[in-house]
Ligand binder design. Structure first.
Ligand code: TXA
Ligand code: MG
Length: 316
């Protein structure tokens, strides 16, 4: 089992492995990432192979510093303002790719934009510094599965395929980064995530455009498929629990004799996000055929939580 604690030797080794083209799973504040050198097409191809992705979705590039980001993408003043407010942190910016950037076309799926973020996690930063290369990293789970928020989840899904899993304990936030496209003065929310939309609107002083299906703004390519699906069927907005169902509760739980996991008895959306994917995995492990999910308010982090639950409900 390649799970290691983040000692200085382990971090140096993770950096060497990444530079040599190997896959390394690394912790971030959102979820664990399956990392590869973003400038090495063979290493990036290995990510798609390991995840079993049906198609080549573009990947997020992770950097340790804003200077490193500036070598890869063109940061206009609006992008600089957003990076200033939220980096390091769980905000991914989709920006025009610099013509001299060395990022593999496989990372961008041939697009002329790059999704980039600077994680807010000391171990992620240390691994990125040790690697000395930008690191492409989707969530470290098999394609379509629930995202990995603990090193053991990565091991379950991908253990045989990664050179090393750097274990820094459970991810603090538990949902992926918010993905924003910032081009030509237009700011489009491509994926709701750990930075709530209203926090972004407060910084830019206007409403976000949401890339919803049917709208005019293009979707984030990876958002088209069902995602985050456990084996059990997921039934959101449940107001009662049916026989044989597990319950994912929020607040005072509904009456049931089946297995229950409460995302937050206090109805705290941060606590709910942090435990969401682990709770889906745990309820799945009880063998229930269906998971009833109590309604979760749509404001703040609730937008990202409900997005993941709706995708989970689409099934595999
Ligand atoms: O929190 C996170 O963002 C995690 C951790 C590991 O950093 N990473 C993650 O990566 O969730 P991934 O590959 O699962 O999600 C990438 C998202 C997808 O929705 C994809 O479509 C979008 O970013 N994306 C990447 N490059 C893009 C681009 N050039 N244009 C539009 N969307 C892009
Ligand atoms: Mg993912």
């Amino acid at each position: 089992m390649p799970i290691v604690k983040p000692s200085s030797e382990a971090i140096a080794e993770a950096g060497r492995l990444l530079r040599s083209g190997a896959l390394v799973a690394l912790p971030t504040e959102t979820v664990y990432g399956l990392g590869a050198d973003a400038t090495n097409p063979r290493a990036v191809a290995a990510i798609f192979e390991a995840k079993g992705r049906p198609q080549f979705n573009p990947l997020i590039v992770h950097v340790a510093t804003r200077e490193a980001a500036g070598l890869i993408v063109d940061m206009d003043p609006l992008a600089e303002r957003l990076a200033g407010a939220f980096w390091p942190g769980p905000l991914t910016l989709v920006l025009p790719r610099r013509t001299d950037s060395r990022i593999s076309d496989l990372v961008t799926a041939g697009l002329d934009t790059v999704a980039i973020r600077m994680p807010d996690h000391p171990v992620a930063t240390a691994v990125l510094m040790a690697a000395g290369v930008p690191v492409a990293a989707p969530s470290a789970n098999r394609s379509g599965h629930v995202s990995a928020t603990r090193a053991e989840h990565v091991d379950e899904d991908l253990g045989a395929r990664v050179a090393m899993i750097v274990d820094a304990g459970p991810a603090a936030l538990g949902v992926e980064s918010t993905v924003l496209r910032v081009i030509g003065g237009e700011v489009v929310l491509l994926r709701p995530g750990a930075v709530p939309a209203d926090a972004i609107e407060a910084v830019i002083g206007r409403s976000l455009i949401r890339a919803t299906e049917g709208g005019s703004a293009p979707l984030s390519p990876g958002q088209l498929e069902s995602h985050y699906a456990p084996r059990a069927r997921v039934r959101p907005d449940a107001i009662e629990v049916q026989a044989g169902e597990g319950l994912l509760a929020f607040g005072e739980p509904l009456a049931t004799n089946g297995p229950v996991i409460n995302l937050s008895r206090e109805r705290d959306l941060y606590q709910a996000a942090a435990g969401l994917f682990a709770a889906l995995r745990q309820l799945d492990a009880t063998g229930v055929a269906s998971i009833a999910v109590m309604p979760i308010p749509e404001h703040g982090l609730g937008e990202a939580i409900n997005d993941r639950l709706r995708r989970a409900a689409l099934g595999r």
